[in-house]
Design a binder for this molecule. Structure first.
Ligand SMILES: Cc1ncc(COP(=O)(O)O)c(C=O)c1O
Length: 414
C-alpha cells in the first residue's frame, strides 16, 4: 500500500491545516436539512415575537444573516472572533479611522499605499484635525522617527500598490506596541491565504474584498479583522451609525468567491512568478517589481512574512528614451490582458498607473511614490500562463514597431 505523506504539501503553507476547508465551506449551514449554499437574505428587517425579542437580527444596516456568514468565515481565516464587513474597502478604512482616531490624534501612514487611503487621510481626516505623517515604511526606522506621543494608529500596506514594496510587519508591530498605538495592515494584495498580519503582530487587518477575495469583479466589499473584541464592537458601532454595511447580495457573491480563493491565488501567484522571470529577461524591460524574484531587494523579508507564494500582482518598467510612450503603446497592444483600474480578478488585468489610477497626482507626487511614466502593473489571472506570455510577446512586438516607425503611430496608441 502506498503511504501518503501530507506534511509537505506544496499548497499547505498556512499555519491552519484546515484553512482551505474553511474557505471551501464558507457560509455552509449546520444540521439536517440546512442548505449547502449560504442563503441570500435580502430582507431589510426581521419580525419579532414581542418587544423584548432577543432575535439576532433587527435591521440590515446593523446586521444581516448573509453578511454574518461572510464575517464568521473571514474571522476564522485569521483566528479572530469575526470580521466586520463593509460596502467597499474604503468604507472599511473610513469606519476604522473613525473608530480609533479623534481630533488631536496623529497617525503614521506608509507613503506607498493605495491612493484612496492617502486621499482619506489628507482630504477627510486632516480637516477633522487628525494629523497624518506619510513615511517610507520600507525602513522601520522612518516609522519609529515619525511616532509622536499622540500617535494612535500606524497604517501600512504590504505589498504596496503599485510598486510592490514590502514593509516588515513584525518590526512595525514592535514600534506600534512601544508607542501604545494600533497597527493596521492593508492585506488586499495577498489575502489571508498568503499573509497573516495578526500572526505577525498587527492589531487589525484591512482588506478590499472587491479584489482577490471576491475574485470575479462582481461585488465591491471591505473587511476589518481583529482579535480585539472591544475594537470590533467600536467598528460595528461606527458602521451602524454611518451605514457602511455590505449589501447582502455582495456578501453572498463574496462568500462564493471565498470558496475558491486558495486555489485561485496560488495559481495566479505561480503564473505571476513565471511571468516576472520572463519579463526580467526581456531586453525592453528595465525593472520588474515582484517580491518573489530572488534578486528583489526584499526577497528575504518576502520569504519571512509570506506563506509560500508572493501574490499575483507585479509591475515593470521599460528601457528606451521614452518609456512612457512605449508603455502606452504596449498596454493598448494587448488583446487577452484587459486594460482596467482593478486587480485580483480571474482574468489577467493591466493598468498604466501614471495615466489611470494615479493620474490625479502631480508628476512630482507620482515620482515620489515610485510611479514613473513607464510603469505598468499586471494583475495575473488564472489563465494558462503561456496564453498570457503570448499576449505580452505580441504587445512587445507591436509597441516596438509603433514606437520605432514614427511618432504618429505611437501617439495614436496613446
Ligand atoms: C490595496 C487597496 N486597498 C484598498 C482599496 C480600496 O478598496 P475598494 O475599491 O473596495 O474601496 C484598494 C482599491 O483598489 C486597494 O487596491
Amino acid at each position: 500500500m502506498t503511504r501518503c505523506d501530507f506534511t509537505d504539501s506544496p499548497a499547505n503553507h498556512n499555519p491552519q491545516p484546515d484553512f482551505d476547508a474553511l474557505c471551501a465551506h464558507a457560509g455552509l449551514g449546520q444540521g439536517d436539512g440546512q442548505p449547502l449554499v449560504a442563503p441570500l437574505v435580502q430582507s431589510t428587517t426581521y419580525c419579532r415575537d414581542g418587544i423584548e425579542s432577543t432575535a439576532p437580527h433587527a435591521y440590515s444596516r446593523v446586521s444581516n444573516p448573509t453578511v454574518a456568514a461572510l464575517e464568521r468565515t473571514l474571522g476564522q481565516l485569521e483566528n479572530a472572533p469575526t470580521a466586520v464587513c463593509f460596502g467597499s474597502g474604503l468604507a472599511a478604512e473610513t469606519a476604522l479611522f473613525l473608530a480609533v482616531l479623534k481630533a488631536g490624534d496623529h497617525a503614521v501612514c506608509a507613503k506607498a499605499c493605495y491612493g484612496g487611503t492617502t486621499r482619506l487621510f489628507e482630504q477627510i481626516l486632516e480637516p477633522l484635525r487628525v494629523d497624518c505623517t506619510f513615511v517610507d515604511a520600507t525602513d522601520p526606522a522612518n516609522v519609529a522617527a515619525a511616532v509622536r506621543p499622540n500617535t494612535r494608529l500606524i497604517f501600512i500596506e504590504t505589498p504596496a500598490n503599485p510598486t510592490l514594496e514590502l514593509t516588515d510587519i513584525r518590526a512595525i508591530a514592535r514600534i506600534a506596541k512601544r508607542a501604545n498605538a494600533l497597527l493596521a495592515v492593508d492585506n488586499t494584495f495577498l489575502t489571508p491565504v498568503l499573509q497573516q498580519p495578526l500572526e505577525l503582530g498587527a492589531d487589525i487587518t484591512v482588506s478590499s474584498t472587491t479584489k482577490f477575495i471576491e475574485g470575479h469583479s462582481t461585488a465591491l466589499g471591505g473587511a476589518i479583522v481583529s482579535r480585539d473584541e472591544s475594537l470590533l464592537q467600536r467598528v460595528r458601532f461606527i458602521r451602524k451609525c454611518t451605514g457602511g454595511i455590505i449589501a447582502p447580495l455582495n456578501a453572498w457573491l463574496t462568500i462564493q468567491g471565498l470558496k475558491t480563493l486558495p486555489l485561485r491565488i496560488r495559481r495566479q501567484s505561480e503564473n505571476a512568478a513565471r511571468i516576472a522571470a520572463w519579463l526580467a529577461a526581456r531586453p525592453e524591460v528595465t525593472t520588474v517589481n515582484y517580491p518573489g524574484l530572488d534578486d528583489h531587494p526584499q526577497f528575504e523579508l518576502a520569504a519571512a512574512q509570506h506563506l509560500g507564494h508572493h501574490g499575483a500582482v507585479l509591475s515593470f518598467d521599460f528601457t528606451g528614451d521614452d518609456p512612457g510612450r512605449f508603455a502606452r503603446a504596449f498596454v493598448t497592444g494587448l488583446k487577452r490582458c484587459r486594460l482596467v483600474e482593478h486587480v485580483g480578478s480571474v482574468e489577467t488585468l493591466i493598468t498604466h498607473p501614471a495615466s489611470m489610477t494615479h493620474a490625479d497626482l502631480t508628476e512630482a507626487q507620482r515620482l515620489d511614490a515610485g510611479i514613473t511614466p513607464g510603469l505598468v502593473r499586471l494583475s495575473v489571472g488564472i489563465e494558462d500562463f503561456r496564453t498570457i506570455l503570448q499576449d505580452l510577446e505580441t504587445a512587445f512586438a507591436e509597441a516596438l514597431v509603433s514606437c520605432n516607425r514614427g511618432v504618429e503611430t505611437c501617439l495614436a496608441h496613446a
